[in-house]
Design a protein around this ligand. Structure first.
Ligand code: HEC
Ligand code: HEC
Ligand code: HEC
Ligand code: HEC
Ligand code: HEC
Length: 198
């Protein structure tokens, strides 16, 4: 829906611009070279997220972290909402599965449908290469298919919780989650053992 509306608005604006510039040219062709359209092009790019932020007020300032000013390596355009969330239909408001929802795959929020880890992470990996990830943290590789990226990362807030944390806190991060994981595993094993028992 968003894209169609945007395309339509874009068309209308271009038609209006063309008309104004034609009228302008007719009236004072000598004084006004065609400089205006370039300025409007910049405005179109800046408002690429408006179709979403009209409703999602808390995201009105867009992203607060690094992605706010990031360039999409695939098309060299600014990163937009739809690069990560896809192009949702109006029905996404009722939870229809066409808007990408990111979640903590380890500490699942109750009642929230989790999207498969592979599906979530493939969105991130459409821009992020494995090599720099490995260099930043070797443990990226071992979790690639086991955890969603957003089990550790948070992209909307200004402060990305993972980047620049002291070594000690990083180790605590690993230990905390892994001891929880072992506790859950042990509990599950015990449950299945007692089920098998006659
Ligand atoms: C007409 C209003 C409206 C528009 C336009 C709109 N949304 Fe939504 N969106 C909603 C509502 C209502 C919900 C469901 C309530 C909620 O979960 O926050 C929702 C839910 C979502 C969610 C899931 C939120 C969650 O908590 O899981 C995401 C992500 C999202 N929208 C992204 C987008 C993106 C990206 C766009 C632009 C392409 C967009 N929306 C356009 C109203 C809108
Ligand atoms: C459309 C391309 C694109 C997508 C999709 C994308 N990223 Fe990024 N991301 C970037 C770019 C480009 C940067 C570098 C920004 C900079 O350094 O200025 C970045 C930076 C980051 C950073 C560093 C942030 C910081 O504060 O230093 C993290 C962490 C990150 N991305 C995680 C993710 C995760 C997790 C996902 C999936 C949920 C994701 N990214 C999806 C393009 C993308
Ligand atoms: C187990 C937790 C964890 C998971 C899961 C995880 N990361 Fe990270 N990530 C980190 C930590 C910790 C750092 C910070 C390394 C540093 O700068 O000290 C980091 C750094 C990054 C950076 C910044 C790299 C740079 O050059 O500074 C990017 C980008 C990133 N992660 C993307 C991802 C993506 C994409 C995924 C999912 C495929 C992912 N991460 C999954 C913990 C995680
Ligand atoms: C680089 C990828 C990326 C981009 C770009 C992005 N989002 Fe998100 N979005 C996420 C992730 C990941 C989450 C899960 C929470 C988090 O990490 O902050 C999320 C969560 C959300 C939610 C759910 C509310 C919540 O706090 O859990 C909404 C709504 C949303 N985004 C809307 C938007 C809108 C609107 C835009 C454009 C202004 C946008 N997003 C741009 C990755 C992205
Ligand atoms: C949010 C939870 C979480 C965090 C944080 C986390 N891990 Fe993991 N880790 C997992 C899960 C889940 C697996 C998959 C285990 C399985 O397949 O049974 C895993 C697997 C691994 C593996 C592969 C071996 C194995 O046990 O299967 C290694 C090595 C590992 N993690 C190291 C780390 C390190 C180092 C850190 C800190 C940088 C870290 N982990 C942070 C949850 C986490």
């Amino acid at each position: 829906m968003g894209d169609l509306t945007m395309d339509f608005l874009r068309l209308m604006l271009m038609a209006a611009m063309l008309l104004t510039s034609l009228q302008g040219q007719a009236a004072e062709s000598a004084t006004h070279p065609a400089a205006a359209p370039a300025m409007h092009d910049v405005e179109f790019l800046r408002s690429a997220d408006k179709a979403c932020t009209d409703c999602h007020k808390e995201q009105t300032d867009g992203m607060h972290g690094k992605h706010a000013k990031a360039t999409n390596p695939n098309n060299l355009a600014p990163v937009t909402c739809t690069n990560c969330h896809g192009l949702p239909s109006p029905q996404h408001r009722e939870g229809v599965k066409d808007v990408m929802r990111f979640s903590d795959s380890f500490n699942k929020a109750p009642g929230k449908e989790g999207y498969p880890i592979a599906e979530q992470n493939s969105v991130c990996m459409s821009c992020h290469e494995p090599k720099p990830l490995r260099e930043a943290l070797w443990a990226h590789d071992v979790h690639m298919t086991k955890l969603s990226c957003t089990s550790c990362h948070q992209l909307h807030p200004a402060k990305e919780p993972m980047v620049g944390i002291p070594e000690k806190s990083r180790v605590k991060l690993c230990v905390d989650c892994h001891s929880k994981q072992h506790a859950t595993k042990a509990a599950n094993q015990q449950a299945s053992v007692s089920k098998e028992a006659p």
